[in-house]
Ligand binder design. Structure first.
Ligand code: ZN
Length: 306
């Protein structure tokens, strides 16, 4: 039994419109689901991904309007790594992000930047047999587009505390980088730890809320047992409608989720128009009028184009 890499990563934004403008308009992802936070239906939960809304390329945001900016500290993810195909792609992104007013730092095989709220990203040139997960954008040649997650990096003062759980979850530590990899039959995803900065972390806009690892539907229940064997305290299985989930905190402090590969985002709207309307899972359907009166309408650069 192996986890199939990263399923999704969820972060926090204070401004849904700016968030859509950056992740769709600049980074070229597709808004594949516009729904509400199931634990607080008064605020948006926005899902950005590749063209098909695939696990492995799905970055999601809870919108807490006006939330102060946070900062990553001990026990928090501080960087999201995305795969790109080539050094030429890094050149393209250095130019495109620069044009959008985003500072970038070019390193060895990577391009580091932060989104407008300070959420850290790195584009990494990665050779992998995994299928590229790409969204379409008229200004972004497909050969330069983001291809899905490579991994996340978190701050941890004593990352060895996480080893027993990661081993119980089938992660394997790789080569020189010392990063952990969860690799299943279809995909792999990395987890790395860095020494924390001096300042304490603060949850808020521009910080990662949790990282979800992918499981087949059949094996999902069994991962609860594995997590407990590794010393974690997983929640019961929660039906999120688009997938099923369990949550637990790993010993370094990062909130983990294990989510199922399916049923997926086409369960309540067709692939062609994913994310265009406000979607509410059936359990929240009765709140539609109230939700529509509360959340601000969002302009999607992708719909404006077509
Ligand atoms: Zn999640």
């Amino acid at each position: 039994m192996k986890l199939e890499g990263i399923h999704h990563i969820t972060a926090i934004t204070a401004d849904g419109q700016e968030n859509v403008d950056f992740y769709v308009g600049v980074l070229g992802l597709r808004l594949v689901k516009k729904t509400v936070n199931q634990d607080d239906p008064s605020v948006y939960h926005l899902f950005f991904a590749d063209e098909r809304g695939s696990a492995g390329a799905d970055l999601t945001f809870f919108e807490f309007p006006g939330a102060p900016e946070g900062r990553a500290g001990d026990g928090m993810v501080h960087q999201i790594g995305w795969r790109v195909a080539s050094e030429d792609a890094l050149d393209f992104w250095a130019g495109r992000l620069g044009d959008a007013g985003i500072d970038t730092l070019r390193g060895d095989g990577g391009l580091v930047f932060a989104d407008p709220e300070g959420l850290g990203h790195e584009l990494r040139v990665v050779q992998t047999p995994d299928e590229p997960l790409v969204a379409e954008h008229p200004e972004i040649p497909p050969e330069y587009a983001l291809r899905g997650f490579d991994g996340v990096r978190a701050y941890a003062g004593a990352p060895e505390r996480s080893e027993p759980l990661l081993e119980a979850l089938g992660f394997e530590r790789g080569g020189e980088s010392g990063e952990w990899e969860a690799r299943g039959e279809s995909r792999g995803g990395l987890l790395g730890y860095d020494a924390p900065p001096g300042e304490r972390g603060l949850g808020g806009a521009g910080t990662v809320h949790h990282v979800a690892w992918a499981s087949t539907i059949d094996e999902h229940e069994a991962w609860r047992g594995k997590a407990m064997e590794g010393g974690a305290h997983p929640t019961p299985v929660i039906d999120r409608f688009y997938f099923r989930s369990i949550y637990f905190r790993e010993p370094s402090g990062v909130l983990f989720e294990i989510a199922t590969l399916g049923p997926g985002f086409t369960v309540d709207e067709p692939l062609e128009t994913l994310g265009e309307k406000l979607s509410l899972p059936p359990a929240l359907g009765h709140l539609r009028e109230r939700v529509e009166a509360t959340v601000k309408p969002l302009r999607n650069p992708r719909q404006v184009r077509t």
